[in-house]
Design a protein around this ligand. Structure first.
Ligand code: HEM
Length: 154
């Protein structure tokens, strides 16, 4: 598929302490465009990026553990894009804020997390695997929902 030239906006919404802005799930068409394997590849790239990132200390220590973490995360993102409920099956109810509670997630860590995700999305953009509209919808979800995970100050 060829979706033409890019008009994507990867700007990051400023975090305001104590505010969890309303979240819209990504357009399921993003998953239809890239497929389940495409989502697994995306989360693999993302977790390998996190492994090299300035916030690597809050993530598992080994590459093997990071691969597994990437799979769990892919299960979640497939599910949130209206695919099969792999995360519920393998890990139980998402309860994302609760699952993130053991880690110190600061506003600064969120910025690194988002920038690393933006990098992981690049091959999808370059290879035109999805439309700008659907990639934008996925980014918007990350941009907003990542604010919900912040539980510590910089
Ligand atoms: C859109 C926002 C986010 C979503 C949807 C998300 C999703 C997830 C998922 C599905 C897991 C695996 C939980 C499990 O298997 O039990 C996870 C774990 C984790 N997340 Fe997030 N996350 C988000 C934001 C963040 C941010 C902003 C950070 C830090 C900057 C972060 C750090 C972590 C850490 C440290 C773990 C534990 C290690 C791991 O299993 O990956 N997350 N996240």
């Amino acid at each position: 598929m060829n979706f033409g030239t890019s008009s994507l906006d990867f700007s990051i919404q400023a975090y305001q302490e104590g505010i969890n802005p309303p979240v819209t799930k990504p357009n399921p068409a993003f998953l239809r465009d890239i497929g389940e394997q495409g989502m697994r590849d995306l989360l693999h790239r993302f977790y390998m990026g996190l492994f090299e990132s300035p916030i690597k200390e809050i993530f598992p220590e080994t590459r093997e553990e990071m691969k597994i973490a990437g799979q769990h995360s892919a299960d979640f993102f497939i599910q949130i894009c209206a695919g099969p409920a792999y995360f519920n099956q393998n890990r139980g109810a998402p309860q994302m804020r609760q699952r993130h509670a053991p880690f110190h997630i600061t506003p600064h860590a969120r910025l690194h997390w988002l920038v690393t995700f933006e990098e992981a999305l690049q091959p999808i953009i370059k290879d035109k695997l999805s439309s700008d509209e659907n990639i934008q919808s996925f980014w918007n979800y990350l941009n907003i929902f990542s604010q919900w995970m912040i539980n510590s100050r910089d």
